[in-house]
Design a protein. Structure first.
Length: 125
């Protein structure tokens, strides 16, 4: 095989395996999600923004502020994308608190707490 063709094949393999240009790793977590009570409306979040129920935001104790997270309700498969702008939840066994809008999108209002999968990217060190 000619040298130029070997280089092209190698570049194609690198691109297909996702090694080219990847500066973040994908993290997946599973646990329980809840959503914010109305009493938090208008209060400041850890990011300094006011909490608004009609925005797709969320709180996490471990995910960096500003991170965009895909939340999947494992009971029905519905997903929503949220931005982490606060810290919490502080209830044992929960990994994320969603705004009411985000909770409505994955149809968890009636249940209150549901099993979820979180998927997000973090920068490599």
């Amino acid at each position: 095989m000619p040298r130029a063709r070997q280089v092209v094949v190698l570049m194609a393999l690198v691109a297909l395996t996702g090694l080219a240009g990847s500066c973040a790793r994908v993290v997946t977590e599973q646990g329980k999600a809840s959503y914010y009570a109305n009493k938090f409306k208008g209060r400041p979040t850890a990011s300094g923004q006011k909490f608004r129920q009609h925005k797709r935001t969320a709180a996490s104790l471990t995910i960096p502020l500003g991170t965009k997270v895909r939340v999947t309700n494992l009971k029905n498969g519905k997903t929503v994308k949220v931005r982490i702008n606060d810290r919490g939840p502080y209830a044992k066994g929960r990994i994320i608190d969603l705004s009411r809008k985000a909770a409505r999108r994955i149809d968890m209002i009636r249940a209150g707490v549901v099993p979820v999968r979180l998927t997000y990217k973090v920068k490599k060190r």
